[in-house]
Write a protein that binds this ligand. Sequence first.
Ligand code: NDP
Length: 481
Amino acid sequence: MKVLNLINGVLSPASSNKWLDLTNPSLGKVYGQLPRSGSDEVELSVSAASSAFKSWAATPVGERAACMSRLADLVQKNADMLAEAESRDNGKPISLAATVDIPRAEKNLRFYASAIQHFASESHLMEGVALNYTLRKPLGVVACISPWNLPLYLFTWKIAPALVSGNCVVAKPSEITPVTAYLLSTWVKEAGFPDGVFNIIHGLGSEVGDALVRHPKISAVSFTGGTTTGAHIASVTAPKFKKLSLELGGKNAAIIFSDCDFNDALSTTLLSSFANQGQICLCGSRILVEKSIYPRFRDALVAKAKKMKVGDPMDPSTKMGAVVSSDHRDKILASIELAKSEGGKILCGGGTTSPEGLPHLENGYYIQPTIIEGLSPNCRVNQEEIFGPVVTIQPFENEEEALEMANNSVYGLAATVWTNDLKRAHRVSSELETGIVWVNCWLIRDLRTPFGGVKSSGVGREGGFEALQFFTEPQNVCIKL
Ligand code: NDP
């Protein structure tokens, strides 16, 4: 497998002919290569995008939307192949890639093909004096940088609103999982995008990613990834007054009150803890349970987690696959060791494993679902993002304490609240310092709603018209009457 860059409509390797290895995490084996691009590729793609901008920005909205719809059709047509590629590249169960990642990538493209046709600007009439109307102009050449956990899903969530609103894009997927973005790049021409409008370059974040965000002709950066990387990008782009959208890490709380529907809370909390091997920014990693049901809930959750078996990601019945890389596996294992040193008791899991009876997978990166109890809310394991199949569980006395514990975090992405008391659900939700709250559910997503976090979880919102607003600059025109 050889991944290539898409620059000005041409699929090509890096001019240096340097390559990076692609690893299949389920096997722990190299299975291909991607270009190790650098500032030459940034220069070429930004220059192609700049040249294409005027004409793309002037292209009627309906035509831009049609290109996006055709790209969605191609994703739909190739959905099985994309799901297999995503599972191989990332280690996630193919059932998840086939039912969540790829259908959602297609939906992202379709949603923005439609949304741009309903996106209107405002006018303000000053009776007898003047008429103000606000133009929404595309920004120019924008950078879209996405992470490895939901590769095509998060990649399309950025490039779709950027392109339909008239910008030219230089996108950089994570070097750890570049394959589905590469496959998408092979259909860009067929979808009808003019050369230079949509460029995809591959390589290391610290090299090509850094050169991209620093490029003087990049007017905006839409980034999803870790908080440390986000802070670095903000530090180099903010002094240049580039527009910035940052979707960063989380340490989400699941708050379970005693009046909840116990079985619903239990099965959904299992999912929100371990889906995608816990590598979703929205996973609940701190489970807070009201004292009166704490022992019962803890024991039931541990029993369910113990029954979860890691399996071959390519097996359609597998619910838990491999974590994304050996480095990430080691980082997760170090967090489990830290938990022990901080006084945590490992209730289940706590180490590596491999799918039973499949010796060819024994070098893959598999971690057991792990639940830890007995840690203080302030300890590092309860404060730092782990981003793996590792959660902590803690009892709380009352609503006030639950809120104090949930908000005791530098992060503020999402939270779940489990209660049948509607007034309490509203009260608690409005007191939570997060961008998203789910009540009696998790991960239900309406693409029209604002998506993003507060505090160290990010700046700005994606989703719906928010993304179209981000990727356009308002200009007010005032006409004297
Ligand atoms: P990273 O921050 O390591 O990387 C994210 C992207 O940024 C990758 O494409 C990476 O490239 C690139 N990158 C790295 N360094 C730079 C740089 N100096 N300049 C420009 N680009 C750079 O995050 P991960 O890929 O490890 O993703 C996991 C993180 O993403 C978690 O913290 C998770 O919480 C967060 N996340 C947040 C979401 C949200 O919506 N809030 C959603 C999903 C994930 P490369 O991989 O090639 O180094």
